[in-house]
Design a protein around this ligand. Structure first.
Ligand code: KG4
Ligand code: ZN
Length: 353
């Protein structure tokens, strides 16, 4: 191992029997660290920041302060759970973007310092690529998508249909023109008085309701792009109108309202995927991102295997919402490619493929 005049550490890969990646994720409001050995997860620690609940959304300044407090204990815990000494770490992977600038800076600065202290390479990771490549975490029993496949990435900040030709050969075919699908869940939940983040709560009530109880319009958007801001507005008007006639409308119909909103979102996503399949001829479909934890979306996608002959890939719950393990698998793949980063690298709040 040696140090070049450009501040980048190049490992002697043959030295390593095992590749241990320590991965750090801090793009939004979860501080996470994971340790992977040869692509297999040894630990995946996530500290979710509760502070944002009382504000009904992520407050960027509070998020970066909480990352500052969490990052050392989270990394310590990840190493302890993996039961490895930090001297064994082959490389440090970190989220470079996209995300909140202040949040990204905490994880990035920590990763750089640790890489320099341990004299190991640094590997930058695109968070949205990581949501897709989480499918390649070497956990036993999970089938891996075959290239080329279509990835539907649905999170609190993004909604994209991506053509994935290879690990690092990705093309965005369509994306949201306004709100992300996670925002559609969270904003709808807020209108119903549910806590933040509302997606999981809306999902829970939806499981008890009738998705055909109320109708919401499906937006007309060309191609593979999405729009969710109109849906949010129509839900707002619907709730206002119904609550005027019956102040207890939400309380009395919470299950059906949630099921109908979720049903409408699922229809939008599946119709776009059908268009994507028709355009590309690819029936290999993987989903990723926090919203892929949604029980209705998971069930609807599995049903498409039966009705449309798709082969679908759904990540384990713990790899859907933001987590260090997904950053770690990208780190592992880049390590094998010898794709390392300089320690002068900066963060990217917006980061395409
Ligand atoms: O990927 P993620 O953890 O963070 C971002 O990169 O944005 O996604 C967070 C989003 C939030 O909007 C949250 O409400 C949503 O994922 N989410 C869900 C569910 N679990 C998390 N939305 C619907 N149903 C769920 N079960
Ligand atoms: Zn995410």
């Amino acid at each position: 191992m040696f140090y070049l005049c450009t501040p980048i550490f190049i490992p002697n890969i043959v030295e390593h029997q095992n590749i241990y990646i320590l991965a750090i994720e801090s793009s939004c409001d979860d501080t996470s660290a994971a340790v992977l050995c040869n692509g297999k997860v040894l630990s995946n620690v996530v500290a979710t920041q509760k502070i944002h609940e009382e504000y009904g959304g992520v407050v960027p300044e509070l998020a970066s302060r909480a990352h500052q407090q969490n990052i050392v204990p989270v990394v310590h815990q990840a190493l302890a759970k993996a039961n490895i000494d930090k001297k064994l770490v082959s490389a440090i992977a970190f989220t470079r973007g996209p995300g909140l600038m202040g949040s990204l800076l905490v994880g990035t600065s920590f990763a750089k310092s640790l890489a320099m202290g341990l004299k190991v390479p640094l590997i930058e990771v695109n968070h949205m690529q990581a949501h897709i490549l989480a499918h390649f975490i070497a956990d036993e029993g999970t089938a891996k998508p075959k290239f080329p496949f279509l990835a539907l990435t649905i999170s609190g900040g993004h909604t994209q249909i991506v053509l994935v030709r290879d690990y690092f050969d990705m093309e965005i075919l369509g994306e949201t023109l306004d709100d992300a699908v996670g925002e559609a869940f969270d904003k709808s939940a807020k209108l119903l008085g549910l806590p933040y983040p509302g997606g999981p709560f809306l999902d829970k009530y939806a499981q008890l309701g009738n998705p055909d109880a109320f109708q919401f319009p499906e937006p007309k958007v060309d191609g593979l792009n999405f729009s969710f801001s109109g849906l949010k507005t129509s839900i707002l008007y619907f709730i206002q109108k119904q609550s005027k006639n019956n102040p207890d409308f939400i309380k009395e119909n919470i299950n059906d309202i949630c099921a109908s909103i979720q049903g409408c979102i699922i229809k939008i996503l599946l119709h776009k995927l059908e268009t994507g399949v028709a355009q590309t001829g690819i029936k290999e479909i993987a989903i990723g991102g926090g919203v892929s934890a949604n029980s209705g979306i998971r069930a609807a996608l599995k049903q498409m295997e039966v009705t449309h002959g798709w082969r679908t890939y759904i990540p384990k719950f713990e790899y859907c919402t933001d987590n260090g393990a997904m950053i770690g698998i990208v780190g592992h793949l880049k390590y094998l490619d010898g794709d390392f980063s300089k320690t002068t690298i900066g963060v990217k709040a917006r980061y395409g493929f």
